[in-house]
Design a protein around this ligand. Structure first.
Ligand code: XUL
Ligand code: CO
Length: 461
């Protein structure tokens, strides 16, 4: 088959062609075959990172905004139009998707059911449209060895879900949602999806004045149990993931952030069945950093996968920008490495090009930039961990709990009376003399030094 995209195969150049990304058309930091060892396991960079292309953005996103029409120019368009009602168009896009992954050297992809094919008049018709595209995807996967990182189901685009899918007050809509997920799980099983994601698009509420929140949460928890039951029944063993996000589209999303979602899982005894899929821009909207969310998920043993994108510090909504922040990528990759990578997850570009980047080649540049910044962050974080940079800081800062009264407390040997007796023996001055500076300015400068030195030595090596 002749080439569909007018773009060369993207290879690792390591800065060899200079600093201009637009001219070089290659990776500076993403070297797919270079090997790295984490926790005694040696794998290639490609197998650690597991980058994934998101069908909904890369193939379907037209870059419409509330003030204007879509700007995207895509080679599969007919007369400049992406006909989302056409099955012919839907099938054609699969060819472009696989060539796109091949040229980038990306091995994984992710999709919602509704990304792939038009809906019909009944669920049966919708499923039959979907299955035709899935047939083609399955065949392409066999031919190319590309893998499905995760699939999911859109319980938020169709108007029937205006008040939720699994938390809707309307039983027929709930039944539709369950039937839809059933089919989606069958696709996960068929395509050997490593994980299965639930993002609760409309699972939240606008006002307490018409919402029975307890009943809605009970329903969604039961919905998840039924989903697991069905996965077990058909022998689908992929990892279930919940994706936290606050305040968009509903005013109060039930899965606001990592800690809220963990509380939900524990309340309903679901934490053995689920891990979390985190997203950079969602973290910002929740008032956190991406690395904060990654840290709390990792420490709970629930870091499953990452949607690699970022937001804008000035914008209060989800803009799904391709990642370009080396500082953030480094700190997120620190958590990733501490987690031993993401065995059943990866780095999925839930990211879209800016509205003014309307050329098809921008899809390549955007993914290349995202892969390079995360590969760079990975290299820096590997070195930080090799040097125990943060580990030493943590260890020293809490050293007073390694001996004396601190150790007694940690070993359950100190009561409040013991603390009182201990403190009554000391002056306030003596107590404050044990308090040390946090040295955050020096630590942050050292982190920057890691970035300069690791990346400087990698570039143009
Ligand atoms: C929405 C979002 C979704 C999920 C999958 O903000 O992140 O694309 O990743 O439904
Ligand atoms: Co996402």
């Amino acid at each position: 088959m002749s080439e569909l995209f007018d773009f060369p195969k993207v290879e690792f150049l390591g800065g060899a062609k200079g600093v201009n990304f637009l001219d070089a058309k290659g990776y500076n930091f993403y070297n797919p075959e270079e090997v790295f060892t984490i926790n005694g396991k040696t794998k290639s960079m490609k197998d650690w990172m597991k980058f994934s292309v998101a069908y909904w953005h890369t193939m379907d996103q037209r870059m419409v905004d509330p003030f204007g029409e879509g700007t995207a120019e895509r080679p599969w368009d007919v007369d400049g139009v992406d006909d989302v009602t056409s099955m012919e168009q839907a099938l054609k896009k699969v060819d472009y998707m696989f060539e796109f992954m091949d040229k980038l050297g990306v091995e994984y992809f992710a999709f919602h059911d509704r990304d792939l094919a038009p809906e019909g008049k009944t669920l049966a018709e919708t499923n039959s449209n979907l299955d035709k595209v899935v047939d083609k995807i399955e065949q392409k996967m066999q031919e190319t060895g590309k893998k499905l990182l995760w699939n999911t189901s859109s319980l938020f685009t169709n108007k029937r879900f205006l008040a939720g899918g699994a938390t809707t007050p309307f039983a027929d809509v709930f039944a539709y949602a369950a039937a839809q997920i059933k089919h989606s799980l069958e696709i996960a099983k068929r395509l050997n999806s490593e994980s299965y994601v639930f993002w609760g698009g409309r699972e939240g509420y606008e006002s307490l004045l018409n919402t029975d929140t307890k009943r809605e949460l009970d329903h969604i928890a039961k919905f998840f149990k039924l989903a697991k039951l069905y996965a077990n029944e058909i022998g689908y063993t992929g990892q279930f993931l919940l994706e936290p996000k606050p305040k968009e589209p509903t005013a109060h999303q039930y899965d606001t952030d990592v800690q809220t979602t963990i509380a939900f899982l524990k309340t309903y005894d679901l934490e053995k069945d689920f891990k979390l899929n985190l997203e950079g821009n969602h973290a910002y909207l929740a008032g956190h950093t991406y690395e904060h969310e990654a840290r709390f998920a990792r420490e709970a043993g629930l870091l499953g996968s990452l949607d690699a994108n970022m937001g804008d510090k000035q914008t209060g909504w989800d803009i799904d920008e391709f990642p370009n922040d080396i500082y953030e990528a480094t700190l997120v990759m620190y958590e990733f490495i501490k987690n031993g990578g993401l065995p059943t997850g990866g780095l999925n570009f839930d990211s879209k090009v800016r509205r003014a980047s309307f050329k098809a080649e921008d899809l390549f540049y955007a993914h290349m930039a995202g892969m390079d910044v995360y590969a760079a962050g990975f290299r820096v974080a590997m070195k930080m961990i090799e040097d125990n940079f943060l580990e030493n800081i943590y260890k020293e800062r809490y050293a007073s709990f390694d001996t004396g009264i601190g150790a007694d407390f940690e070993n359950d040997k100190a009561t409040f009376a013991d603390f009182e007796a201990y403190i009554l023996n000391k002056t306030n001055e003596e107590i404050f003399a044990t308090v040390e500076s946090g040295h955050l300015e020096a630590i942050k400068a050292t982190l920057n030094n890691y970035i300069y030195s690791v990346l400087g030595s990698t570039f143009n090596k």
